[in-house]
Design a protein around this ligand. Sequence first.
Ligand code: ARG
Length: 463
Amino acid sequence: MEKLWTGRFKKALDSEVNDFNSSIRFDSKMAKQDITGSIAHAAMLGKQGIVTEEESKAIQDTLRQILSELMSGNLSIDPLAEDIHSFVEGELTKRLGDTGKKLHTARSRNDQVALDVRLYLREQIDAICPELSELIEALLSLAAAHRDTIMPGYTHLQRAQPITFGHHLMAYAMMFLRDMDRLADCRRRMNRSPLGCCALAGTTFPIDRVYTAELLGFDGVCENSLDGVSDRDFIIELSAALSIIMTHLSRFSEEMILWCSWEFKFIELDDAYSTGSSIMPQKKNPDIAELVRGKTGRVHGDLMTILTVMKGLPLAYNKDMQEDKECIFDAVDTVLQCLSVFTPMLKTMRVLKENMKRAAAKGFINATDCADYLVGKGLPFRTAYKITGEIVAYCIEKQKTLEELALDEFQSFDPHFDADVYEHIDLTVCAAKRTSRGGTAPQSVDFEIEQAKKRLAELTEKK
Ligand code: ARG
């Protein structure tokens, strides 16, 4: 296939250099966006009288024809083309001759590629958001079902205070809601058209950038042509948002992995979402969760790639920027793939409530409540804390839990203890009393779920 830029050159490109330089391997993913952008450009060229209306129409019709042939598989992309832009223009020219050669008037591959990537990523954000929304909905209904399921809450992975499983799940719902918000934000900033920035400096032709921006569904145009062709912060931003999604999924995966171990046994994964061992017949492994945790490394790496590619580049376009695509495509594909298996894994897991409760009953998880009880009897918190610490030390020595102490044993530490202490240190009561806003009590969880539902509705509407 002949290069777009022949004329100045006397020799063909060295074949290895040709492979090295080519981006068709990955930018053919943007064929649809490239053609859509070109159709808008051709329509604008016609409207502005830069090409005739007939020429504009012929170009648009042929581009539509090329797109439909590509989609139906009747036309395949030439793997030897330099990039998707060259391929499409070459195909157009093959079919239309000189008229096809007019398409690139008042345009450069620099604004073209910036446009294609924005169009492509905008669609990808629109594909990720419903996946996130489905995950959040799954969390909301699980949280409602477990609004009063008691489990140990941890800090430092040490049993800390009893919480409800619904509350724990809602923590993730909040994270994923922010992730959706971040994507919406990123989409809003991304949604400006670079088309018409041309190579770097704009053009002498009387183009109408606002027209093409509107045709392509943008909220406006990039106001500086140098910036429009050379900024990739929308890719960096999306990479960062995707990296945060993966961090959230990874932490959740880590907990799932712990929870389905025999040491915890808080959940059991469905057979369809676990794998076995080739040698150990007893094993049921949480491979999906582990892979999600592992793939987080890739996506974080993708963010580092684009940050590093961009950091030293002078304005405006540099070929280095061709390296922006594989990393962001990989990040998008990985997030979509992870979400599509994570949500059903979550939905189908079995929650082993009794084991959660049993684990919460150990480890003096109600010690804070014992101290709070004494505060209720008029002691200063620090004094109550110290007395409770001594009781815990006594229990450890006697191999008892707080609930198992007799009243006279409690009273030997402080005369304020009464028979009502047992109710105060009951795990269900401990959780139920934490009714502060955002707290773990079932009624607080209900409120959180309501808030989350409202936020989700706003985010789904907004987009
Ligand atoms: N394949 C190139 C990229 O991805 C397209 C833009 C080429 N522009 C140029 N001036 N060589 O960045």
